[in-house]
Write a protein that binds this ligand. Structure first.
Ligand code: ASP
Length: 352
């Protein structure tokens, strides 16, 4: 009997190992020599399956990821700061309707678009974040302005819109953020919500299977510059059908974004409530700082164990102080790309 239990447990361990994400070995750039600089980006994680993706769609995503990361790469190559690289790279993805950030932001329950963003400087631990803005074209620029030009870390709603205007940032009318694809997603989720309520399941609100299975599409970037400075940033429209002024992890320093020159720079994407509860970004940095784990080990621990055990889904991209880059996620896919100081580019979407 004991022997049988032993065999079953060995089998269980074997199966769970087999199910683990193999990504770190395939989409991680580990270097023997310290990288002079490097950059990694994501365009969201979720149920992104090859069988549901047309060749054109895949090509469009890859082209925008490449365009975006090359902007940051060129800044770093010419001695620019990781902060500038992160901001300008994210701008490209914010201007694309493909991603859930800036132009392509998802819709709230009220049919509006409310943006969250944050940026962090690993050298000074300075940070800027904005939540629930509606008229700022590039929310990551607002996060940067809050960090550089205000005495605060986080501004929200109308006040944040006003600060952006005062800073001379590009403002738009809310209809700029209308995209048919995102509007259809809202209608679909509202329809299924109605069906659930009709079936008297009053608890099955809105973060149900539709949300779980949707591609989240937030964007983020982490970079190391030639001066050894790390920076990270994240920008998002949040989650489709959000209401009551819901704010996710993306603008929360330590949850969705973190950077520290002693450890790493991280941007997260996924089901924000879980990333806040698990303090994902800071936890990874803390495991490196206090327990001396490598970036890869720390990221795996937090995503595959802590986040997964809570029931959260999503992933992170990160770069450490030596320029090693890691993408770790527990979803079927994550839009992502890396470039090292030799200009080698890796772009991937699915789990390897
Ligand atoms: N983390 C974001 C949020 O919860 C969504 C995403 O990453 O796609 O607002």
């Amino acid at each position: 009997m004991k022997k049988l239990a032993y065999l079953v447990s060995i089998l269980l361990i074997f199966t769970s190992c087999k199910n683990e994400s193999k990504l770190p070995t395939e989409n991680v750039q580990q270097h023997k020599a310290k990288q002079a600089f490097s950059i990694i980006i994501h365009g969201g994680a979720g149920t992104i399956l090859k069988e549901n993706m047309s060749a054109e769609k895949e090509a469009a995503y890859k082209a925008t990821l490449e365009e975006a990361i090359k902007v940051g790469y060129n800044i770093l190559k010419h001695g620019g700061s990781s902060l500038d690289a992160v901001q300008k790279t994210i701008n490209v993805m914010e201007d694309s309707p493909l991603f859930n950030a800036g132009k392509g932001a998802v819709f709230t329950n009220a049919g509006t678009n409310e943006h969250d963003a944050s940026i962090m400087d690993g050298k000074t631990l300075n940070a800027g974040a904005s939540a629930g803005t509606t008229t700022v074209k590039n929310p990551i620029n607002l996060a940067r302005a809050i960090m550089d030009n205000s005495p605060h870390v986080m501004l929200s709603g109308n006040g944040a819109n006003t600060f952006a205007k005062e800073q001379g940032l590009q403002m738009v009318t809310p209809d700029y953020f209308y995209t048919e694809k995102r509007h259809k997603s809202l209608e679909k989720i509202k329809e299924s919500e109605k069906l659930e309520l009709d079936h008297d399941d009053k608890t099955a609100f809105f973060y149900d299977e539709d949300i779980k299975n949707s591609k989240f599409g937030t964007v983020g970037c982490a970079a190391l510059d030639k001066n050894g400075n790390l920076a990270a940033g994240t920008s998002t429209g949040g989650m489709t059908n959000k209401r009551w002024g819901r704010i996710g992890d993306s603008p929360i320093i330590g949850a969705g974004t973190y950077a520290n020159n002693n450890t790493c720079a991280i941007s997260c994407t996924g089901w924000g409530e879980y990333f806040i509860r698990a303090m994902v970004a800071h936890d990874i940095s803390a495991l490196m700082e206090y327990k001396h784990l490598s970036l890869q080990e720390a990221a795996k621990e937090v995503i595959q164990n802590k986040l997964s055990n809570l029931g959260g889904t999503g992933g992170i991209i990160a770069v450490d102080k030596n320029g090693n880059m890691v993408a770790e996620f527990n979803t079927a896919g994550m839009y992502r790309a890396t470039m090292n100081d030799k200009g080698e580019l890796l772009i991937d979407i699915y789990k390897n």
